[in-house]
Ligand binder design. Structure first.
Ligand code: PEP
Ligand code: MG
Length: 320
């Protein structure tokens, strides 16, 4: 399968009955771009920007960020690039930021929460993104969103940045899409409410699984419980896809589950049209997409949602 998949890595992923599924790469820095393109990425579904902050001894400047975002956008030409704003906190610490210690960092002051309470740091990134958007097809994404007002606040800071740049005579792109990650159960359960505020949603199963199952994604003692194929997680995926469909916006997935070839049919059946994964998984997932009939995939998804364990889901998915 792998060899055949590699031969066709460059081709689009279209199901046997003609439905196009976009297969994107997750990247964690400019170093990953080449491998993503070589494996047939049709764009970037998740550009984690933390490297800019983690590999530095200071808050990255607007110019430093602009430079990196522009390079990524230019490398992908007219292909979409989803750049996620800073997702710091949780397990990711920044020595120079002197963040106060938290008892439960994963339930704490991370990602969009941190950005909204540090608007100057956030605005530096937003300005860099607005400027870089001129050089490609930029989709901007906010992590860890759990309510509508966070989106509204982030968008109003974005407007503020756009106005400031206009006044300074610096060009920005009008075409930038704004979206959120759905990685907190509240966002999935309330996806119909959040969907009205955004152009797209992307499901982050790594965090969604840890929060839904109350199992720390990095704790080996509970790793037997941590499985994104848990029916409860998949029900939230379906709910999110349904909300997106009703609103006419795109629902994608950029957590690890998206790169699991054995789950591809289930994911298509649940209503996903965009899957983003580490580059190495792209060719094989594309090949799985080509073998999938969407009608059968929907039946399979209906069936697995009624099962009572991730193990049974995986067994059933494997048989197809
Ligand atoms: C996720 O939570 O699924 C995700 C893609 O983001 P990260 O792994 O960076 O938390
Ligand atoms: Mg996450």
């Amino acid at each position: 399968l792998r060899e055949k998949a590699l031969e066709k890595a460059e081709q689009d992923a279209v199901t046997a009955d003609g439905e196009r599924i976009q297969v994107f790469a997750n990247i964690g820095g400019l170093k990953d771009i080449e491998t993503a393109l070589a494996n047939g990425a049709e764009g970037v579904g998740l550009f984690r920007t933390e490297f800019l902050y983690l590999e530095n001894d200071h808050w990255p400047t607007e110019e430093e960020q602009f430079d990196a975002y522009r390079k990524a956008l230019e490398a992908f030409g007219d292909k979409p690039v989803v750049i996620r704003t800073l997702d710091i906190g949780g397990d990711k610490d920044l020595p120079y930021a002197e963040l106060p210690e938290e008892e439960n960092p994963f339930l704490g002051h991370r990602a969009i929460r941190f950005c909204l309470s540090n608007p100057e740091i956030f605005k530096t990134q937003l300005r860099a993104l607005l400027r870089a958007g001129v050089y490609g097809d930029l989709w901007m994404m906010f992590p860890m969103v759990e309510n509508v007002s966070e989106i509204q606040e982030a968008k109003s800071l974005l407007d503020e940045c756009r106005q400031e740049l206009d006044q300074e005579g610096i060009p920005t792109a009008d075409s930038i899409k704004v979206g959120i990650m759905v990685e907190v159960p509240a966002a999935a359960i309330g996806a119909d409410l959040l969907a009205g505020e955004v152009d797209f949603m992307s499901i982050g199963t790594n965090d969604l699984t840890q929060y839904t199952l109350a199992a720390d994604r990095g704790n080996e003692q509970v790793s037997h419980l941590y499985d994104a194929a848990h029916p409860a997680v998949l029900r939230l995926v379906r709910q999110t896809c349904e909300a997106a469909r009703k609103r006419g916006i795109i629902a994608g997935m950029c957590g690890e589950l998206a790169g699991d070839p054995e789950m591809a049919e289930v994911l298509i059946g649940l209503g996903l049209h965009e899957l983003s994964m580490s580059a190495g998984a792209i060719p094989v997932v594309k090949e799985q997409v080509r073998r999938t009939q969407t009608e059968e995939a929907r039946h399979l998804a209906d069936r697995v949602l009624e099962l009572d364990s991730p193990q049974k889901v995986r067994q059933t998915a494997q048989k197809g």
